[in-house]
Ligand binder design. Structure first.
Ligand SMILES: Nc1ncnc2c1ncn2[C@@H]1O[C@H](COP(=O)(O)OP(=O)(O)OP(=O)(O)O)[C@@H](O)[C@H]1O
Ligand SMILES: [Mg+2]
Length: 361
């Protein structure tokens, strides 16, 4: 199936490579691809047929370094060369790979490509951070723009109510009340949008278990039966400098979402949320590496996040819930980022895991 003219016999020699899960290419002395296994085809997103007519280095806009590696490996037979490379391709995402190039027999070179998952993750986090920065700016400006006229609308409706002749009071008052009530609702929304930018950052020593316990009792007070909130604490986690109230709000928003998602199970009496604290070592948050970090998981056994919003839940105004304003997670992420941390999420039916990482001293 993977015959690559004009070297059909090569195919047999390379058949074993096709069974490998990692991407492997065999390149000749001129740098032309002689064989590519299905994993390579998949990683490079090019069919083996088109690969076989090309120089490997020419697939990438910065392929010279890869070309040189292949030449060096061919020249120093049997040595293998390893390197992390970011390979750029026209109109595609760059490929972050760990490359192992080794000479193989007669003027041939085996190139093994392994995706550099850590780099991919860093890239994704960086993009998320940029995006959330842009979001915050947009929200702040928009909220300010809405806030001012809103005050005017509410004030005018109140004045109108005062001016109403008695005969019309009851019927027309209903209308002015609707305006005032809706203006107040919008005002609350705008205040929540502006909250993370306005609230003073009260810094003190934070004990994460005090935060968890506060949230636990608040949520249990709201959902007194059918919901168990289990603790799995690592008591050795040190205190850290931070804003306790902000962190309570962040954790509360996440636990609250979980409780809301668990409505069905709460009715059945088997809903469970787990608050799990651990210490993580050597984590990179917003491009900075920390030796120690708090690793708090909020896990629920609910139906999972709806797939159509899964990638966007941290964006403002994204909600999968009737009556939800879609701000809970945006606020939580902002508060955690103000502690140099990050919230991540994994979800499938039956298990949703929100993970808060915050650097520890
Ligand atoms: N644990 C969870 N299980 C299932 N879905 C969840 C979970 N947590 C969040 N979601 C989904 O993510 C959406 C966004 O959550 P977010 O807290 O930002 O907004 P919201 O809860 O809709 O509104 P609010 O501003 O009142 O919090 C939710 O509407 C819900 O659909
Ligand atoms: Mg919410």
């Amino acid at each position: 199936m993977n015959a690559i003219p004009p070297h059909p016999p090569a195919n047999d020699r390379f058949a074993g490579l096709d069974l490998l899960a990692s991407a492997v290419l065999v390149v000749d002395a001129c740098g032309l691809v002689r064989h590519a296994n299905p994993a390579a085809e998949h990683l490079l997103e090019i069919s083996v047929k088109s690969l076989s007519r090309q120089k490997l280095a020419s697939l990438f806009t910065n392929g010279e370094e890869l070309g040189t590696l292949c030449q060096q490996a061919a020249a120093h037979k049997y040595a293998d060369l390893r390197q992390d490379l970011t390979l750029h391709r026209p109109a595609r995402e760059p490929l972050h790979v760990h490359i192992i190039v080794s000479a193989a027999g007669e003027a041939e070179v085996v190139v093994e490509l392994r995706e550099n998952v850590q780099q991919l993750k860093l890239d994704r986090e960086e993009r998320l951070l940029d995006q959330s920065q842009a979001n915050k700016e947009l929200i702040r400006n928009l909220a300010h723009e809405i806030k001012n006229p809103l005050g005017g609308i509410r004030g005018a409706a109140q004045l109108l109510e005062l001016e109403l002749p008695d005969a019309h009071l009851n019927a027309l008052r209903e209308y002015t009340q609707v305006i005032i009530k809706e203006a107040d609702r919008l005002q609350t929304l705008v205040d929540r949008l502006l909250a993370p930018h306005r609230r003073p950052h009260i810094v003190g020593d934070v004990n994460i278990h005090e935060v968890c316990e506060r949230v636990r009792s608040l949520v249990l007070a709201e959902f007194p039966s059918g919901l168990a909130i289990r603790r799995d604490y690592d008591a050795s986690i040190p205190e850290f400098r931070g804003d306790k109230e902000q962190l309570i709000q962040a954790v509360l928003n996440i636990v609250h979402n979980a409780a809301q998602a668990l409505r069905g199970r709460i009715a059945e009496g088997n809903a469970e949320i787990v608050l799990c604290t651990r210490v993580a070592r050597q984590v990179t948050l917003a491009k900075v590496r920390y030796g120690l970090a708090l690793d708090l998981h909020i896990i629920d056994n609910g139906p999972g996040i709806a797939p159509e919003i899964r990638d966007r839940i941290f964006y403002p105004l994204v909600s999968g819930r009737e009556g939800g304003s879609g701000l809970g997670l945006t606020l939580a992420q902002t508060f955690v980022q103000q502690h140099m941390g990050l919230i991540e999420c994994e979800s499938r039916p039956g298990l949703t895991d929100f993970r808060i990482l915050i650097p520890l001293p």
